[in-house]
Design a protein around this ligand. Structure first.
Ligand code: SAH
Length: 390
């Protein structure tokens, strides 16, 4: 995958990779930290703006590297304020992200793969196929773009670069004010959910590089409890994530209370058993203030009956965590119907009577096709069929 200029992108590189570049230029190691702050904390758009680097270093960097975020090709504005973004990547693959404003918080939903190989029966991304894993810059670029645009939309006075830049190069650490976050981080807290296209734990390396920069206080500075990774439960990768020094909050896509029904809806059940997935989630070291969430898409007449709710109560007996019921976001390509309001109510009641914390997701952005995969399909860009999930 070539960038238009043929140069590799600085954006998306971690400290180790930046350290190698800096060493290659014969520069002291602290230069890598300076570049890191420009990329992920202040989020400048050009190497020229990295004003604490000498002109010579900036020129040497620009000779070999680009600094780019992914290109936005479409924005869908919903009446409820939700904005759906479609990004086009260098090889023509497209991915979606969603900005969801709420009263007391605002959320960005990001993708980690172009398409998805898992083929969950009710999910448009799965139905439309799998193309490839995203690179760290393609994942982080979704967050950077949306934070930047939302801030601009809110009438932020100066760009992050001009308000923060300007301290001198040299050996000393930059003064505190120069290391502070861009203005869009200062108003309302951001939530980031890895719940867009793709299965993040099938793209482990890139996803973890992105998560580290997102949670780093010297990076995007999103609190770990406000960053949620959603997964069907790819067990070896989940075990690896548990070993990370800083981990995000966890959501598990359950969608059925028994193995038999889950394997009909989610082929990955053949590989990773529902009970093993829950056991792993129970061992996951949740960040302070967070909680494991079990996601359950309600499909009319399929998994939304009182018997299913009672089976779910039995399945989760003794587990900590909460359940998020998600009424199906329907689409012509999806061979299921949404649940009735009565079915949602009854399902919810059975769980809460069993003292399970339960919430029902309010549909957002339905007038702009915000269900997973829908904007993508509208453009008719169907990715190639999936290989078998690994
Ligand atoms: N692969 C990961 C993350 C992407 S899906 C995972 O499965 O968790 C994120 C969430 O969107 C999942 O819980 C999924 O069930 C939900 N989802 C997918 N299609 C949907 C639809 N048509 N309506 C409602 N929720 C849907």
């Amino acid at each position: 995958m070539e960038s238009p200029s043929g140069k590799p992108n600085l954006f998306g590189l971690d400290r180790a990779a930046l350290g190698a570049i800096v060493a290659g230029l014969g520069e002291p190691a602290y230069r890598a930290e300076q570049i890191y702050l420009w990329l992920y904390r202040r989020r400048v758009r050009t190497i020229a703006e990295m004003t604490d680097l000498t002109k010579g270093v900036r020129e040497a960097l620009a000779a070999t590297h680009d600094l780019r975020w992914p290109e936005v090709v479409e924005r869908g504005h919903s009446r409820d304020g939700t904005i759906k973004y479609l990004f086009r990547l260098d090889d023509g693959a497209t991915v979606e992200s969603v900005y969801i404003p709420e009263d007391r918080r605002r959320t960005i939903c990001i993708s980690t793969q172009a398409g998805c190989p898992l083929k969950c029966a009710f999910c448009l991304t799965g139905i439309s196929g799998y193309k490839r894993n995203l690179k760290p810059w393609e994942i982080l670029g979704q967050v950077a773009t949306i934070m930047h645009e939302v801030h601009r939309e809110l009438g932020g006075a100066r760009s992050a670069a001009t308000s923060e830049g300007g301290f001198r190069g040299g050996r000393e650490r930059p003064p505190y004010h120069a290391r502070s976050a861009p203005p869009e981080m200062k108003t309302k807290a951001w939530n980031v959910v890895v719940m867009g296209m793709g299965e993040p734990l099938l793209n482990y390396e890139s996803t973890v590089i992105a998560l580290r920069a997102l949670m780093d206080p010297d990076g995007f500075a999103v609190a770990p409890k406000k960053l949620t990774l959603s997964t069907v439960g790819i067990l070896p990768a989940l075990e690896k994530l548990m070993q990370e020094p800083v981990r995000p909050n966890l959501a598990i896509s359950l969608h059925a209370p028994t193995k038999e029904l889950r394997r009909e809806l989610m082929p990955i059940e053949e590989r990773y058993d529902i009970k093993d997935v829950i056991a792993a989630a129970q061992r996951y070291p949740i960040p302070h203030g967070g909680a494991v969430t079990y996601e359950y898409v309600l499909l009319g007449q399929v998994n939304d009956r009182p018997t299913h709710a009672r089976a779910l109560v039995r399945l989760l007996a003794g587990s900590h965590g909460k359940v998020n019921l998600i009424p199906l976001n329907p689409a012509p390509e999806i061979p299921f119907a949404p649940p009735s309001l009565e079915a949602i109510d009854e399902f919810c009641r059975i769980l809460s009577e069993a003292r399970i914390t339960v919430s029902v997701r309010r549909p957002r952005g339905q007038d702009i096709l915000a269900a997973c995969g829908q904007l993508h399909l509208k453009r008719g860009e169907v990715p190639v069929p999936a290989p078998v999930a690994s």
